[in-house]
Ligand binder design. Structure first.
Ligand code: MG
Length: 294
């Protein structure tokens, strides 16, 4: 299919704007919120909440975000499948949009028996929890369930980036690594494996094509944390580890490093020695150049 239109909620529209922020096209058509181009597919999001995907295989890109009328009957959205009450493994990552700090990925296993307890901790709304709440819940989650965390520190990140590896490839490798490790830790086969989707399925496996050990049979969902609590739990653990890493880096520079990549980041940048940036920041972000032009 070369042209697909879907209608999405305000929430998803906002998520899409974040997701495509590195690929935004300079010109926005009339009545549109933004236009982006990824893998030769043009995505145009309109204020009416309609989103148009244009280009070869654009249906695959569109299927990440919602259900559309497909001529292909096999194309069922993950939203139609209920995996919630299963014993499954899920993964999520943190730090990809933050100028300072590492990327942290976590995969965890949540058995049917642990669902009630995790719900009682309030992990279902992981996205809405503030940092203080994350810290108090994460330790309880980590005591209860098997998990594996990988931290990609800034030095390594910048090295990979300079060698031409894009962020999605790094994420694919980290997710694969964490998923394999957590599955190794448990002695039963999980009913499902869910990844909070950051790239189309085809790209995910393409990024891993040179890896020896690649986990297959994954359900990808852009709304992973509501598909299964293992994704929500992984998101909380990853955030907890990320916050601890940020505290360590803040101690190193002697002031609190802001999260995100916005104005607060630009404001503290002049206080940091340029040589130190490589070990605390993702230096290819636009913030670095803004600093230099000041
Ligand atoms: Mg995610």
């Amino acid at each position: 299919m070369n042209n697909v239109v879907i209608k999405v909620s305000d929430d998803i529209l906002h998520k899409m704007q974040q997701f495509y922020k590195d690929n935004i096209l300079p010109k926005t058509p009339n009545h549109a919120l933004f236009s982006a181009k990824v893998n030769n597919i043009t995505i145009t999001a309109y204020k009416s909440n309609k989103v148009m995907f244009q280009g070869k295989d654009c249906d695959q890109e569109a299927s990440m975000w919602g259900i559309f009328e497909s001529k292909n009957k096999k194309d069922k959205s993950i939203n139609n499948i209920n995996l919630y009450n299963t014993s499954s493994v899920g993964s999520d990552e943190v730090g990809t949009g933050d100028y300072f700090g590492p990327i942290v990925v976590c995969a965890s296993y949540v058995s049917k028996d642990d669902i009630k307890y995790l719900e009682s901790l309030g992990i279902k709304d992981s996205k809405k929890l503030n940092d203080t709440k994350i810290k108090s819940i994460a330790e309880k989650v980590m005591e209860k369930i098997p998990y594996h965390v990988s931290i990609l520190n800034n030095i390594k990140y910048n090295e990979l980036q300079e060698n031409g590896m894009n962020q999605n490839m790094m994420k694919a490798k980290l997710h694969n690594h964490c998923l394999l490790n957590v599955i190794n830790k448990i002695d039963i086969k999980p009913e499902n494996i869910i990844v909070d989707q950051f790239t189309p399925e085809k790209n995910y496996y393409n990024y891993l094509k040179d890896d020896n050990n690649v986990l297959k049979g994954i359900y990808f969902s852009t709304n992973g944390e509501s598909v299964h609590l293992s994704v929500a739990a992984s998101s909380i653990i990853a955030r907890y580890v990320f916050l601890n890493e940020m505290d360590k880096l803040s101690d190193k520079v002697g002031f609190i490093l802001p999260k995100g990549a916005g104005k607060p980041v630009d404001e503290v940048l002049p206080k940091i020695n340029e040589n130190d940036l490589k070990s605390i920041a993702k230096v290819h972000f636009a913030n670095t150049n803004k600093r230099r032009t000041k």
